[in-house]
Design a protein around this ligand. Sequence first.
Ligand SMILES: [Zn+2]
Length: 84
Amino acid sequence: MISRKNVNIGFTLILLSGITLSGGFIKWPFFIISAIFLFSYIIFDREKLRCPNCGGFENLDRLMYAKNHVYHCRHCGERIDIIE
Ligand SMILES: [Zn+2]
């Protein structure tokens, strides 16, 4: 099961990574912070945002879609439910 909260956390991490990345063009230390956010996302994704059935990787935008629509895993075809 993938929870709605975890999708939101993943989305927030990507968003923060993007914001700090653009900040890095002004002040370079932001690049490091951006890399930390990105790294956190990769770890978090691997732990919490994989298909519960086959462990296949799903893009975050697909998971956002799955929050409000019926969505089937691209790898195994199993329905992915996003729970509260
Ligand atoms: Zn699957």
